[in-house]
Design a protein around this ligand. Structure first.
Ligand code: SF4
Length: 326
């Protein structure tokens, strides 16, 4: 049985076969991550915790949530690992950007009663075919049941680029998650796919017909066949190369390296594949992240903003307790 595929694995091949080879064939462990991916992870973590507490009836105030974001930042930040690519941008810029994402999301969605949260950072694993030859996996930021009964698949995006509605209506990632979830929850359930562009305070929603899902299933299988039969992995240079963790060993940039440096001489890591940051901040977004305008939304009542439960009433989520089941 072949490897399990994911949207990010397939996207890596589509964007640059050489990057796909480094990451998934040679399994070269990344020794750094872009600051955009780092910010995206912290925003995801704090929103996950926010919904954890909200689900227990312990909704923290906005300032506590922002404080938590900064604490997560300080705990995770490693100057040796996190790199800033964009010229002239500072670490403070990105830290503020994440804070604005968190604050804006909170103020927009307070008091978080638009549906019942069914899962947070939920891993889905499902076959695209009856024989199980084409297996897919993914991690869904949040799954909820809306008041009208529809199952909503939520995805947070921290990049500045907001795709058109048409592009999202043809987007692969969340529609694949719908295929996986429908196997668990029932094919006749209504679904909504919801993207939160938190840096821009924009929400986009899309739905899929059964015919569209079937077409997606077939085209995804065809793409997996293409990847499996690839005989070579040529580099494909683009604006995203600046954010590629393999640029230092990429043959497409050999001319830029000092004499004597050998492409492919970077240290090899373990056989463990790197974390698929596309689940957190997709690669295309990294080229367009920008300081957002603060959303013009009304603040919640001050009493609620400060109504953070006492530490005793706010138990921290246990490690490994992130994959809440439906
Ligand atoms: S640096 Fe560019 S061309 Fe080279 S592997 Fe990365 S994305 Fe591909």
């Amino acid at each position: 049985m072949g490897p399990i595929f994911s949207h990010s694995r397939i996207s890596s091949f589509e964007n640059c076969p050489k990057q796909f080879e480094f990451r998934y064939v040679q399994k070269i462990e990344s020794e750094s991550e872009s600051v955009e991916a780092f910010v995206g992870k912290r925003v995801h973590e704090v929103l996950e915790r926010l919904y954890e507490f909200a689900g227990r009836g312990q909704l923290p105030g906005v300032e506590k949530v922002v404080d938590r974001y900064h604490k997560l930042w300080e705990e995770a930040y490693d100057a040796q690992r996190v790199r800033i690519v964009r010229e002239g941008a500072t670490l403070g810029f990105y830290r503020s950007l994440g804070e604005r994402c968190v604050r804006g999301y909170y103020l927009r969605h307070y008091p978080f009663d638009d549906g019942e949260t069914l899962g947070l950072e939920k891993r889905v694993l499902f076959p695209l075919d009856d024989a199980g030859e084409y297996r897919m996996q993914g991690i869904i930021d949040r799954i909820s049941r809306a008041r009208d009964g529809a199952i909503e698949v939520h995805d947070y995006k921290t990049g500045a680029r907001v795709p058109t509605q048409r592009a999202l209506d043809e987007d692969r990632q969340l529609a694949l998650y719908q295929i996986g979830l429908a196997r668990e929850l029932g094919l006749d359930r209504p679904f909504r796919l919801v993207w939160h562009y938190v840096a821009k305070d924009v929400t986009r929603i899309s739905t899929r017909t059964p015919e569209a899902l079937e077409a997606l299933r077939r085209t995804t299988i065809a793409r997996i066949d293409e990847i499996r039969s690839a005989a070579a992995y040529p580099p494909r240079k683009s604006a995203l190369c600046g954010w590629c963790e393999y640029r230092a060993i990429c043959p497409a940039f050999e001319a830029e390296r000092p004499a004597g440096a050998v492409a492919g001489a970077a240290p090899r890591g373990s056989a463990t594949a790197p974390v698929e940051t596309a689940a957190i901040l997709d690669t295309a977004e990294t080229a367009s992240i920008a300081m957002p305008e603060m959303p013009a939304v009304p603040a919640p009542p001050a009493a609620v903003v400060d109504a953070d439960p006492t530490p005793a009433a706010r138990p921290e989520p246990a490690d490994g307790d992130q994959l809440r089941l439906l």
